[in-house]
Design a protein around this ligand. Structure first.
Ligand code: RFL
Ligand code: PHB
Length: 390
C-alpha cells in the first residue's frame, strides 16, 4: 500500500490532518488501532477554543457544531463560599464552544469517508522504518496479517501511548515533564446541568468542575488521589462529594441523575522537543500532554495539525521546505503557552494531599486577584478562549 502522508492515529489530530491534506489535494491513509465504534464513543474533552471552532467551520466540518455546540461567554470560579464570573467575551471579544471531542471525531470520520478517504480501523502500527530515507514505511497489523504502508512522510498522531515517538533514535528528543499528586474522577450523568456556564470550584476537600454536554447531560469532575481505585467511588459517594464541593453558594444545588460513565484520569504535563525527526512529524498528545484544567488538550492537537497541513501543502504545492522545517518551533510556541496556562490553572484550583499552608495562602491570593483585577482576569480569559497568535 502506498500514499503520500501516512498518519498513525484517528484522534482529533490524525483525522483533522487527513481532512486538511485532502482539501489541499494530498493523499493520506489513517491507521487506527481501535474500532470506529470505540473512537466515536470515547468520552474525553469538551471545550473548543474560538480558533478550533473557526478551523472546523472554515474547512466544512462545522455544520453540526453550529447546531449543537453551545457557545459560552464566561466561566464561573467558586471559592470561599463565593461565586465569581469571568466574563471572557467581554474581556477578549472571543468565546468557547462546548462540544464533545467524540462529536468532533464523528464529524471528521464522516467527512473523510464521504470524500472517499482511507481511514483503516483496527489497524495497529507496530513499527516505523526508513524515517531518515525518502520513503518511510509503517509496518502495521490488520486482521491478523502484517502489512506495510509506504509513504513520503509519517505523521505520528497516535497519542501518549502510541509508537511514533519511540521511533526516534535515543538522544534526539528532550522530555520535559511533571506529574501531579492527584487525578480527576470524571463522570458523565443523565442530568440536566444546573449551570449555564462551567463552574471551576476550589474547595478545602479538593477541586471540582461542573461542565456539560447538552441540555440533558452533565459532565462533572472531582479531584481524587493519584492512585485512586474507581471501585471506591460508588455513585452515591460521587454525588455526595460533588454536593460538598459545589453546593457552597446559598440557594444553589446541583441536579443528580443516572451515571452513564465514570473514569479516573491521571494529571500530567509533558512535552517532547523537537516535534519532528527527519520524515516523522509528531502532533497532539503524542508529543505533549496538559492537565485538563485549562481545557487545552484537544485544541492543541488541532492547532498542531493546522500548521502541519499548511506545511505539507507548501512542500507538495510549491516545493517549499521552510514550513516543514519550521513546524516544530512554531507549534512549540503555542504548546508552551498552553503548558504554562494549564499548570497555572491547575496550581490555583487544586489542593495537595499534605497541603502546604504557604501554598494554600498563595492559591487564595491568586484567586482573589483574578476576581478583582480586570488585567489578571483578562489574562485568564485570553488564554482560556485561546490566543490567536502566540
Ligand atoms: P488521541 O485522541 O489520543 O488519538 C490518538 C489515536 O491514536 C490511536 N493509536 C494508534 N493507532 C494505530 N496504531 C497505534 N500503534 C496506535 N496507538 C494509538 C489511539 O487509539 C487514538 O485513537 O490523540 P490526539 O488526536 O492527539 O488528541 C488529543 C486529545 O485526545 C487529548 O488532548 C484530550 O482528549 C485530553 N483529554 C482531555 N482534554 C481536555 O481538554 N479535557 C478533558 O476532559 C480531557 N479528558 C483527555 C481526557 C485525555 C485522556 N487520555 C488520553 C487518556 C481523558 C482521557 C482519558
Ligand atoms: C469537559 O467538559 O470535559 C471539560 C471542561 C473543561 C475542562 C476540562 C474538561 O477544563
Amino acid at each position: 500500500m502506498r500514499t503520500q502522508v501516512g498518519i498513525v492515529g484517528a484522534g482529533p489530530a490524525g483525522l483533522m490532518l487527513s481532512h486538511l491534506l485532502h482539501l489541499h489535494g494530498i493523499e493520506s491513509v489513517v491507521l487506527e488501532c481501535r474500532s470506529r465504534e470505540y473512537v466515536e464513543h470515547r468520552v474525553r474533552a469538551g471545550v473548543l477554543e474560538q480558533g478550533s471552532v473557526d478551523l472546523l467551520r472554515r474547512t466544512g466540518i462545522g455544520e453540526r457544531l453550529q447546531r449543537e455546540g453551545m457557545r459560552h461567554e464566561g466561566i464561573e470560579l467558586r471559592f470561599d463560599g463565593e461565586s465569581h464570573r469571568v466574563p471572557m467575551t467581554e474581556l477578549t471579544g472571543r468565546a468557547i464552544t462546548v462540544y464533545g471531542q467524540q462529536e468532533v471525531v464523528k464529524d471528521l470520520i464522516a467527512a473523510r469517508l464521504a470524500a472517499g478517504g482511507s481511514v483503516l480501523f483496527e489497524a495497529e502500527a507496530v513499527r516505523l522504518a526508513g524515517l531518515d530515507s525518502q520513503s518511510p514505511v509503517i509496518h502495521f497489523r490488520r486482521d491478523g496479517r502484517d502489512e506495510q504502508l509506504h509513504c513520503d512522510f509519517v505523521a505520528g498522531c497516535d497519542g501518549f501511548h502510541g509508537v511514533s515517538r519511540g521511533a526516534v533514535p535515543d538522544g534526539v528528543l528532550r522530555t520535559y515533564e511533571r506529574t501531579y499528586p492527584f487525578a480527576w474522577l470524571g463522570v458523565l450523568a443523565a442530568a440536566p446541568p444546573a449551570v449555564d456556564e462551567l463552574v471551576y470550584a476550589n474547595h478545602e476537600r479538593g477541586f471540582a468542575l461542573y461542565s456539560l454536554r447538552s441540555p440533558e447531560i452533565s459532565r462533572l469532575y472531582l479531584q481524587v488521589p493519584p492512585d485512586e481505585d474507581i471501585a471506591a467511588w460508588p455513585d452515591e459517594r460521587i454525588w455526595a462529594e460533588l454536593r460538598t464541593r459545589l453546593e457552597t453558594v446559598a440557594g444553589w444545588s446541583l441536579n443528580e441523575g443516572p451515571v452513564l460513565e465514570k473514569s479516573i484520569t491521571p494529571m500530567r504535563s509533558f512535552v517532547v522537543e523537537p516535534m519532528q525527526w527527519e520524515r516523522l512529524f509528531l502532533a497532539g498528545d503524542a508529543v505533549h500532554i496538559v492537565p485538563p484544567t485549562g481545557a487545552k488538550g484537544m485544541n492543541l492537537a488541532l492547532a498542531d495539525v493546522a500548521l502541519l497541513g499548511d506545511a505539507f501543502a507548501a512542500w507538495y504545492g510549491q516545493h517549499r521546505t521552510d514550513l516543514l522545517d519550521g513546524y516544530s518551533a512554531a507549534a512549540l510556541r503555542r504548546v508552551w503557552r498552553a503548558q504554562h496556562f494549564s499548570w497555572w490553572m491547575t496550581s490555583m484550583l487544586h489542593r495537595l494531599e499534605k497541603d502546604d499552608p504557604y501554598e494554600a495562602k498563595l492559591r487564595a491570593a491568586t484567586l482573589r486577584y483574578v476576581v478583582t483585577s480586570p488585567a489578571y482576569a483578562t489574562s485568564l480569559a485570553e488564554n482560556y478562549v485561546g490566543l490567536p497568535e502566540v
